[in-house]
Design a binder for this molecule. Structure first.
Ligand code: SF4
Length: 465
């Protein structure tokens, strides 16, 4: 383990470099009074240079760069400085990170960017960013699976509504999800308000591509309230997903409501098929609840997604493999494999849980899921990375052929504007093929949203004007 305090002469690149230092935890620890890792980057006009000093040793690097566009130039500059720091940390620790110097949350977006900039993405990922062959294979599989779905389209929008309410709070949760009991009285008004906001979409006069209702757990609210929101979308055969993540909330009545409003896809999330773990992570449901919920939807036309999490507390490789097997056996259209991300606001973090940072186990679980799911007929079709993810890995959505969720691809690759409604929802507007994006966030809590909904609707009208 090496200890350092970190300083960068260029304030713009410092946060990016901090992500890299954190990605190297626990092999690199930032500690007050430890030797300084000093990074001094320079834009030379026809290229970039950087000098790095640490504990009496100096590294220098240079790279030619002829780019003129200031945004592209800045991007190249950051990549170069980050890459150089990465190779210094790699030398000091003798540890290679699966994603090399990439700390961004969307490796596939980088792949498309590299392609549009005229590079060979595979060679760049391997030689410039030091991404491992396994992760390059994953990225390339995803790009291949996105053929026919991936498309920057400025004229068609996706539509999203957020219901940030859950029956109880999971121990790893860092979302602004409120417990249903604490906002119960607000929910009828909330459903009316979200329905109004959803209806505003039709004033934009744009075509719609896909609909997604997420949370929280949308099925944590009464079916009659959920129905108001779903009806407001006036779905006409588009892909239409509703997250019913917590299986104990899914009832026959809910399923009937969804089917009557044109829903085509639902998420029922076991996270693990090990009962003891469910109790540890504060999921107030059982493995049997998952099976019961799945029984309600398995013979309907709904595509089902199941989320699993790798690196849950005290789970072994066998536990995780059992969960993957179980999901395969149930035969759902999609299986999404997350790497546990312990965020600051979560109970697990407050409990001091850090999975003992067994990065090699995290990597083995991720590789196991990739190979086993492919063997069982699934392909990876979208991915994203989160900060604080165990093993600095990724979350990957797998699908059976022909069942990929368009909305998931759109949101990860940022190819479509999104009209989003409800507390905590973030609307997104994509302005050009180069991917200039603006975002508009709503109030995060249900009560505050109810109080200020008219102001939020007005702001959104201006945003999308
Ligand atoms: S179901 Fe999801 S949003 Fe709800 S408490 Fe658990 S992790 Fe948080």
């Amino acid at each position: 383990m090496i200890k350092l305090t970190f300083v960068c002469q260029d304030g713009v690149t410092a946060p990016d470099l901090m992500d890299l230092v954190r990605a190297y935890s626990p092999h690199v620890v930032e500690e007050e009074g430890a030797p300084l890792l000093a990074v001094e980057p320079q834009d030379l006009g026809d290229g970039f240079a950087v000098t790095i000093d640490y504990a009496g040793k100096t590294w220098s690097a240079e790279q030619a760069d002829a780019s003129i566009d200031p945004i592209v130039r800045r991007r190249h500059y950051k990549r170069f400085v980050k890459r150089t720091v990465y190779f210094v940390l790699k030398e000091l620790t003798e540890v290679t990170l699966p994603y090399g110097s990439l700390t961004g949350i969307r490796p596939t977006k980088l792949y498309y960017d590299l392609l549009s900039e005229g590079y060979d993405p595979k060679a760049q990922l391997r030689d410039y960013f030091d991404v491992t062959p396994q992760k390059i294979e994953l990225i390339e599989d995803i790009v291949a699976a996105q053929k026919g779905i991936y498309k920057v389209d400025l004229d068609r929008y996706d539509q999203f509504a957020n219901i940030p309410v859950c029956p109880t709070r999971c121990a790893y949760c860092s979302f602004i999800a409120q417990v249903y009991g604490s906002v119960k009285k607000q929910i009828p008004l909330y459903a009316d308000n979200v329905a109004k906001e959803v209806g505003d979409f039709f004033d934009l006069g744009v075509a719609r591509r896909a609909i997604y209702v997420g949370g929280g757990t949308p099925t944590a609210i009464p079916a009659v309230e959920l129905d108001k929101i779903l009806a407001a979308f006036r779905a006409k055969g588009e892909e239409f997903t509703v997250e019913a993540g917590r299986p104990e909330t899914l009832t026959k009545e809910m399923v009937d409501v969804m089917l009557s409003r044109g829903v085509t896809r639902v998420s029922v999330n076991p996270q693990t098929f090990k009962q003891a773990t469910l109790a540890k992570i504060g999921r107030a449901h059982t493995v049997d609840d998952v099976l019961r919920a799945y029984d309600l939807v398995r013979d309907t036309p709904l595509d089902v997604n199941m989320d699993l999490i790798a690196m849950l507390p005290d789970e072994s490789m066998d536990d995780f493999a059992h969960s993957v097997e179980k999901a395969i056996e149930l035969g759902t259209a999609n299986i999404t494999v997350h790497s546990l991300s312990i965020k600051r606001g979560s109970t697990l973090n407050l409990m001091g849980y850090d999975n003992a940072l067994d990065n090699s186990l995290a990597l083995r679980m991720s590789e196991y899921a990739y190979h086993r799911l492919k063997e069982a007929g699934y392909v990876p079709y979208y991915m994203y990375r989160q900060k604080n993810t165990e093993g600095r890995l990724e979350n990957v959505g797998y699908t059976r052929k022909g069942h990929a969720c368009t909305y998931n691809v759109d949101i990860m690759e940022e190819t479509h504007s999104i009209h989003a409604s409800g507390a905590g929802a973030i609307s997104k507007r994509v302005f050009d093929e180069e991917g200039r994006i603006e975002r508009l966030a709503e109030i995060k809590e249900v009560k505050g949203f109810n109080e200020r909904v008219e102001e939020l609707r007005a702001k959104k009208r201006v945003f999308f004007a």
